[in-house]
Ligand binder design. Structure first.
Ligand SMILES: Cc1cc2nc3c(=O)[nH]c(=O)nc-3n(C[C@H](O)[C@H](O)[C@H](O)COP(=O)(O)OP(=O)(O)OC[C@H]3O[C@@H](n4cnc5c(N)ncnc54)[C@H](O)[C@@H]3O)c2cc1C
Length: 292
């Protein structure tokens, strides 16, 4: 079935008005941002909503990349293309540009948004892995005000987030910490496809030692996975091939991929290991001057 069921459509004029509509209409309503995940699901009748609230005119409130002294704030309606093209974002967090360069194609990137990607909560979503890697915070607004949650709290499970029926994601915040860099690795069947597996890494160093490190994986189980055991294994250590090997082994052991049309569980575990090593190696090289 390639035609969605009937629905009413309203264009939101402000975040407050959109939240008011969500509150009034309840679970029969859904926000539509880029529509690249929601509309295919509605066409396939995997999802049916009576009301769609279009937030595309809320660019003033939700479409921004703002660099502050100690953090970058990104509005939920920021498009993939804008994340890809932002030089300020690429300088602070190269992982964003690297991930965006391999997300879908220009048609999807011109419309799809950061907020839609995170709220879709698909375990294969690349931006979820990026935000998990960077330990981003999500700002959720409802009629009672704003609350800020970590990515761990944001994800409740596949296609399920902490955003309530009468709430919306307005912003993602990423702290800028000194001595850090990041990288993203993805293996896909063909250009623009969803990941077979992807791995993001972020590393912070001081005096030749790793002070903190994070790895986020996508497409390896029921949810986008941050791996605290890798952070614990890397903190306080001098970077080395042996350390990357240990981290890769932890990544492979920590994830729970399934065999599907994209590859066997065994192959995906191998990728989780190898891509973790590569992303960590390149993050460190960026900090120490050994890589672009
Ligand atoms: C052909 C194709 C290839 C793709 N390839 C990739 C890929 O390689 N990697 C990848 O990561 N993704 C890929 N995607 C997915 C795409 O990047 C995202 O799913 C899409 O951009 C989601 O964003 P959207 O703005 O279109 O969300 P929408 O489809 O508009 O919304 C998705 C969900 O999020 C909700 N939502 C949207 N904004 C908000 C908000 N601010 N607050 C609360 N809820 C909200 C909606 O109600 C809906 O439930 C692909 C998509 C297509 C169609």
């Amino acid at each position: 079935m390639q035609v969605p069921g009937p629905f009413d459509y309203e264009r939101a004029t402000s975040v407050d008005q959109a939240v008011g509509l969500l509150e009034r209409l309840g679970s029969s309503a859904r926000l539509v941002a880029g529509g690249h995940s929601l509309l295919p699901m509605m066409k396939l009748r995997l999802a049916n909503f009576e009301y769609l609230i279009d937030i595309n005119e809320l660019r003033d409130e939700l479409g921004f990349i703002t660099v502050e002294a100690d953090r970058i704030r990104i509005g939920a309606l920021t498009r993939h293309r804008e994340l890809l093209e932002s030089d300020e974002l690429a300088v602070a967090f190269p992982i964003f540009r690297e991930a965006e360069a391999v997300i879908a194609d220009p048609v999807v990137r011109n419309r799809g948004t950061l907020g839609g990607s995170l709220c879709q909560a698909d375990p294969s979503e690349d931006l979820s892995a990026v935000c998990t890697t960077l330990d981003a915070s999500c700002v959720i607004r409802g009629s009672g005000g704003e609350r800020v949650v970590s990515m761990d709290e944001f994800y409740r499970g596949p296609y399920e987030t902490a955003v309530g029926d009468a709430e919306m994601l307005t912003e993602v915040r990423v702290s800028i910490r000194p001595g850090g860099s990041s990288a993203y690795e993805k293996v896909e069947r063909r250009a623009g496809d969803w990941a077979i597996v992807s791995a993001g890494a972020a590393v912070w160093m001081d005096g030749g030692l790793i002070t903190d490190a994070r790895v986020g994986l996508a497409a390896v189980g029921p949810n986008t996975t941050g791996i605290p055991a890798i952070s614990a294994a890397l903190r306080g250590k001098e970077p080395s091939e042996d350390l990357y090997r240990q981290a890769g082994e932890i990544a492979a052991a920590s994830c729970s991929p399934v065999t599907d049309m994209r590859g066997s569980a065994e192959y995906k575990r191998h990728l989780a290991d190898e891509l973790t090593r590569r992303a960590l190696r390149r993050s460190v090289a960026r900090i120490t001057g050994g890589g672009s």
